[in-house]
Design a protein around this ligand. Sequence first.
Ligand SMILES: Cc1cc2nc3c(=O)[nH]c(=O)nc-3n(C[C@H](O)[C@H](O)[C@H](O)COP(=O)(O)OP(=O)(O)OC[C@H]3O[C@@H](n4cnc5c(N)ncnc54)[C@H](O)[C@@H]3O)c2cc1C
Length: 246
Amino acid sequence: MTTPPNRTPQRVRHELRRRQLTVVGTHKISDHMVRITIGGPELEGFSSPGFDDHIKVFFADNAMRDYTPGRFDAQALTLELDFALHDAGPATTWAAQAQAGQPVSIGGPRGSFIVPTDFDGHLLVGDDTALPAIRRRLAELPAGAPTLVLVEVNGPQDELTFDTAAHATVVWVHRQDQAPGSALLARLPTLALPAGDIYAWVACEYSAAKALRAHLVDSRGVQKQWIKAASYWRKGSADSHEKIED
Ligand SMILES: Cc1cc2nc3c(=O)[nH]c(=O)nc-3n(C[C@H](O)[C@H](O)[C@H](O)COP(=O)(O)OP(=O)(O)OC[C@H]3O[C@@H](n4cnc5c(N)ncnc54)[C@H](O)[C@@H]3O)c2cc1C
């Protein structure tokens, strides 16, 4: 008798801590994305087991925004954060001027949602803001796992490369200053999804995330318990984060 696959996501709570850190370095990784490495002794004990975890990054006047923890080096006590640069907002303004030596503080992650990898296939859909989580998921997926990745960035100069052992097909689409998510919405219906039971993960602008989830559930047979769709930002509204459900 074979054991059924474990497909139940697990929630993990973490002690909420605010950490005072310093910018260690910055590095432009694409036209509209800057990688900022932050670090300091207060990163001791930092833990982020979920690929789509988020931390709060605090800026001037205590404004805070959500970012996905990237590579954590427990020896050097450094953490990488990738900031998508857009028109305006405390986070994007801070990221564009960040320099080594500047103070920065973070809080969290408060909790992690651990999605098992034991599915027949995986679908990852998102825009620039989802790239750090997509990078983490691709790094943890098992060797050979059939995976379709659909990412919208503004143009070819915003594309990145990923390290993965999964059998991943990465499709890039370009917004070219059109409505956020419009290129994802146009392309997804034309793509064949991995066969069998898939886990679908979607993160991008609110209206697009809603429409993409509806398409996957209503027209592509993705099961509701195996889809996680989130609004990582909302056009015209600051600091927006919503889980998209029915
Ligand atoms: C769980 C989670 C994880 C996230 N991880 C990351 C991450 O790792 N990297 C990352 O870059 N972002 C990430 N985001 C998105 C980020 O938190 C938002 O884009 C945030 O609004 C940016 O703050 P801001 O101060 O620059 O702009 P805000 O002050 O929040 O907004 C100002 C204006 O800019 C618009 N805006 C906000 N974000 C964008 C955008 N990306 N493109 C175009 N217009 C925008 C808003 O609609 C508003 O009109 C994440 C969001 C969530 C919820």
